[in-house]
Design a protein around this ligand. Structure first.
Ligand code: DSN
Length: 397
C-alpha cells in the first residue's frame, strides 16, 4: 500500500473515532504517551526469554523495560509475580490452562451466553477440544450467578480449575465465594478480569487477590486503557509463576512484542496516578446514569441492571428488533454499541438478541452523568422509533 494511502486511512480513522459516541465496552482511547511507546524502536528488537535470560544479545533496555512493567503491574494489583508477555487476553488464558493443567482436565467456567468469554471453553474454540469445560449460568429471575448450582457442580465434578470472569456479565462477582469454593473443591482459582481491570486498579471494584484468588488474567486495553495485549498475575505462589512463565515462553509464544510491553509500562504509570482513580469512579457513575434512564423508561436490562461499566439490553424483547438491527440503527446516528448474545439466546451469535453498552471510552472523552443520560435517551428514542415504524408497516389481514 502506498504511504499516502496509509496516512489517509489513519486520518480517516482518527476522524471517525473522534466523531462517534463509542459505547463499545471493550474499547477505549489510549494516551499519546502509550501511542508513542507502541510506535517506538522497541518494535525492532527480538527478546525471547525473560529479563536476565534471553536468546539474543543487546537486551539491556529490553530487560529494564520488562522489569519496570512487571514491577508496576505487581504494585497496581498487589501481587508478587506478573507475566506481561501475553500478546492478548486469549493467549493469557491459554497459557494459564496449559501451564497449570493437563489436557483433559476439567475447568468450571461461565457459559458464554450468560456473560462468559469464548476462551472460557466455548465449543467453537480449539481449547474446548483440549480441556473439558463445564459451565455455570445465571439465575433467570435474579440475574445473579446461581451459586448453589455452581457449588453443587464444583463439589460433584471436582474441576482442576475454577474460572471466574466475563465479557458481558454486568453484575459483580462474589470473589470470596468463588475462592472459598475453589479451595473446598481442590481447584486452582483464576479470575479473568479483562473487562474490569481498570475498575479494580482504580479501586472501585474489589481485587480478586484480596479474596484469595491464585491467579488473575487480563487484557490491558479495555478499562485499563493501555495497549492491546494480555497479562497474567500470580498472587504469591512461586511455583505457579514459574509454570506460567514456561507456558507463555517457550510453551505458547515466541518473541514478545517489546514495544507493547513498554507501552504497558506507560499505561501502568498512568493507572497509578490519582486521576485514574477519578476516571474509574466516573465510569461507574456514567453507567449508573444510563441505567437510571433505561429504568425510568421501562427498558428491561439483562441481569437486572449493572454494577460495572456495561449494560446488556435484550433489544428483541424491549424493541422488537435484533441486536444486529439495533447496532445498525445506532451506528447510523453516530452511536457505536455491539450486538451481543443474551442468556439462553435463541438467535444466532452473528445476529443475537441483544446489545452491549459501556462507558469506558466516552468517560475518557470527558462524558459525565448528564451526557450519558442524554445518550441513553437518544438510544431509546431511536430504537422506539424503529419499533413503532415496524408496527405501522405491518399489513393487517
Ligand atoms: N472482544 C472482547 C470484548 O469485546 O469483550 C473480548 O475478547
Amino acid at each position: 500500500m502506498k504511504k499516502d494511502k496509509v496516512s489517509s486511512l489513519i486520518k480517516k480513522e482518527e476522524k471517525r473515532q473522534k466523531k462517534v459516541i463509542n459505547l463499545i465496552p471493550s474499547e477505549n482511547y489510549v494516551s499519546p504517551a502509550v501511542l508513542k511507546a507502541l510506535g517506538s524502536v522497541f518494535t525492532n528488537k527480538y527478546s525471547e526469554g525473560y529479563p536476565g535470560s534471553r536468546y539474543y544479545s543487546g537486551q539491556g533496555n529490553m530487560d529494564d523495560a520488562e522489569n519496570l512493567t512487571i514491577s508496576l503491574a505487581c504494585k497496581i494489583f498487589k501481587c508478587k509475580y506478573a507475566n506481561v508477555q501475553p500478546l492478548s487476553g486469549a493467549m493469557a488464558n491459554w497459557a494459564v490452562y496449559f501451564g497449570l493443567l493437563k489436557p483433559g482436565d476439567k475447568i468450571l467456567a461461565m457459559d458464554l451466553s450468560h456473560g462468559g468469554h469464548l476462551t472460557h471453553g466455548h465449543s467453537a474454540t480449539h481449547i474446548s477440544k483440549i480441556f473439558k469445560f463445564i459451565f455455570y449460568i445465571t439465575d433467570e429471575k435474579t440475574g445473579k450467578i446461581d451459586f448453589k448450582k455452581l457449588e453443587k457442580t464444583a463439589l460433584k465434578e471436582k474441576p482442576k480449575m475454577i474460572l471466574a470472569g466475563f465479557s458481558s456479565y454486568t453484575r459483580s462477582l462474589d470473589w470470596k465465594k468463588f475462592a472459598g469454593l475453589a479451595r473446598e473443591a481442590g481447584a486452582i482459582s483464576v479470575a479473568d478480569i479483562s473487562h474490569i481491570a481498570g475498575l479494580v486498579a482504580g479501586g472501585v471494584l474489589e481485587n480478586p487477590f484480596n479474596a484469595g484468588f491464585d491467579v488473575i488474567t487480563t487484557t490491558t486495553h479495555k478499562t485499563l486503557r493501555g495497549p492491546r495485549g494480555g497479562m497474567i498475575l500470580i498472587r504469591d505462589n512461586k511455583l505457579l509463576a514459574e509454570k506460567i512463565n514456561k507456558s507463555v515462553f517457550p510453551g505458547l509464544q515466541g518473541g514478545p512484542h517489546m514495544n507493547n510491553i513498554l507501552a504497558k509500562a506507560v499505561c501502568f504509570e498512568e493507572v497509578l496516578s490519582p486521576s485514574f482513580k477519578k476516571y474509574a469512579r466516573q465510569i461507574l457513575k456514567n453507567t449508573k446514569a444510563m441505567e437510571k434512564v433505561f429504568r425510568q423508561n421501562n427498558v428491561e436490562m439483562v441481569f437486572g441492571g449493572t454494577d460495572n461499566h456495561m449494560i446488556l439490553i435484550d433489544t428483541t424483547k424491549n424493541f422488537g428488533i435484533s441486536g444486529e438491527e439495533a447496532q445498525g440503527i445506532l451506528e447510523k446516528s453516530g452511536i457505536n454499541v455491539n450486538k451481543n448474545v443474551i442468556p439462553n439466546d435463541t438467535r444466532k451469535p452473528a445476529d443475537p438478541s441483544g446489545i452491549r453498552i459501556g462507558t469506558p471510552a466516552v468517560t475518557t472523552r470527558g462524558f459525565k452523568e448528564k451526557d450519558c443520560e442524554r445518550t441513553a435517551r437518544k438510544i431509546i428514542t431511536l430504537l422506539v422509533s424503529r419499533r413503532e415504524a415496524n408496527k405501522s408497516t405491518k399489513i393487517e389481514l
